[in-house]
Design a protein. Structure first.
Length: 434
């Protein structure tokens, strides 16, 4: 049974999200922060992520009102997407995130218009691709220009903002039977990525973009070898074509070559340029990087991959996390960079392995997250710094990857851990079957 007190805390977050809701003729939307002047609809910061949380809350409680919230958000998203051909293929902030959420709303509601919207997104992603080398890729305005000040168009490669994430979306579309061409598009994406690998003595790696304008060599999940390797391993599952798995295993070797001891475990550096900096969240940390290793364990049955995950998580705990904050675990409690993502990973590892220490870690994370929340007038929220190198830029955010919806998703996941299935709707970049 679910824990009534835990569910009440989640409902307090839902009350905060309700206070940030805006309505228009198409449906409902949420701004990135309370009182924000512009609606944000993507999975990372906006309405799509809030809709995903409401789907999970509907699964946990059976309350129709939460499904209705998701439907109203999805209708607004459909209106927003109509006629748009300028959206990125970035996994969390672009078309793949919309694809996943609309398809999940379609499944939960039975409403065909959302499935048709998901189908249109798959085809839009393919139409925005450019034939490149042996396959296809995407040339888009440089990401993170607001931070770096650099502009221009680049071929984007990684899982978070580039081709590997688009490839995962195509695999998802293939499995959900959204387009008969989706698997071929995933192959074409992978074949171009194979050409774009940077070969090293430790194995292949991929940069965020072709012709990188600044030094940023990341081995981990969001922007490096672990993310691209995950896509290639997942493509092997769909096709049985061995060369994709071989390169994924080689990419895992590159990741492991960048591991250094930490307590009784290991951690992988954030970038080669900052070898002493170790992120702990999904983005560049054990919860993200471990997804590649877990998928390789699932595919091969080799316990070595699982042992490496355990060592990587031991390294995380050895830093004193979650109670002790480090440079790689700053004032951020969200799914991408902070506690919620670590907590969800711990729950999934507990369910997959039965190891009590992962459930204990999730409980400790819950305590830290709640201690750092603000509860005002029955509304629970969090103030956090999205970026490590901008610690004074603190916002109270609504979104899923950054903000209250994603944090509440973790709390709900933990509250429903004894349910089968629990509330969690695993994104296409997760190897864990909920």
């Amino acid at each position: 049974m679910t824990d009534d007190e835990s569910i009440q805390r989640v409902l307090e977050v839902e009350a905060f999200l309700q206070s940030c809701r805006s309505d228009d003729p198409a449906g409902a939307h949420w701004s990135r922060v309370p009182g924000g002047s512009a609606a944000n609809r993507n999975l990372y910061h906006g309405s799509a992520g809030v809709a995903l949380f409401h789907l999970e809350l509907h699964r946990a409680t059976g309350e129709q009102q939460f499904l209705d919230e998701a439907i109203e958000a999805a209708d607004d998203i459909l209106s927003f997407l109509d006629g748009r051909d300028d959206l990125s293929i970035a996994f969390y902030s672009g078309l793949p995130g919309y694809l996943f959420v609309l398809d999940m709303v379609a499944e939960e509601s039975g409403l065909e218009r959302f499935r048709l919207g998901a189908i249109r997104i798959v085809r839009s992603m393919a139409s925005q691709a450019t034939p490149l080398g042996a396959g296809m890729g995407w040339i888009e305005p440089m990401p993170f220009s607001d931070i770096t000040g650099l502009t221009g168009d680049r071929e984007v490669l990684d899982l978070s903002i580039g081709a590997a994430g688009a490839g995962l979306a195509f695999l998802y579309a293939h499995r959900r039977q959204l387009d008969v061409r989706a698997l071929d598009w995933a192959r074409q994406t992978a074949d171009r990525l194979l050409e774009m690998a940077t070969e090293t003595p430790d194995g292949p790696n991929w940069l965020m973009m072709a012709d990188m304008p600044f030094e940023f060599t990341a081995p981990n999940f969001a922007h490096g070898a672990a993310g691209v390797g995950y896509f290639l391993a997942d493509l092997f599952r769909a096709t049985g074509e061995q060369h994709y798995l071989d390169v994924a295993i080689a990419a895992a070797g590159f990741v492991m070559a960048h591991a250094t001891p930490c307590g009784d475990g290991v951690l992988v550096c954030h970038t080669e340029e900052q070898p002493g900096l170790h992120y702990l969240g999904v983005c560049h940390g054990p919860p993200g990087t471990g997804r590649l290793m877990f998928l390789l364990h699932e595919i091969t049955g080799d316990e070595t991959w699982l042992a490496w995950i355990h060592a990587n998580m031991l390294g995380l705990v050895a830093t004193g996390a979650p109670e002790q904050r480090t440079r790689g675990l700053w004032q951020n409690f969200g799914q991408c960079c902070g506690d919620a993502g670590i907590g969800d990973s711990a729950i999934s590892l507990h369910r997959a392995t039965g190891r009590q220490e992962y459930l204990d870690l999730a409980r400790r994370i819950e305590a830290v997250v709640l201690d750092n929340s603000d509860l005002t007038d029955g509304r629970r929220s969090w103030s956090q710094a999205e970026h490590r190198n901008r610690p004074d830029f603190v916002e109270t955010q609504t979104g899923y990857m950054q903000g209250a919806a994603g944090i509440a998703s973790f709390l709900l996941h933990l509250a429903t851990i004894d349910e089968d299935p629990p509330s969690k709707l695993a994104l296409p970049d997760s190897p864990f079957v909920q």
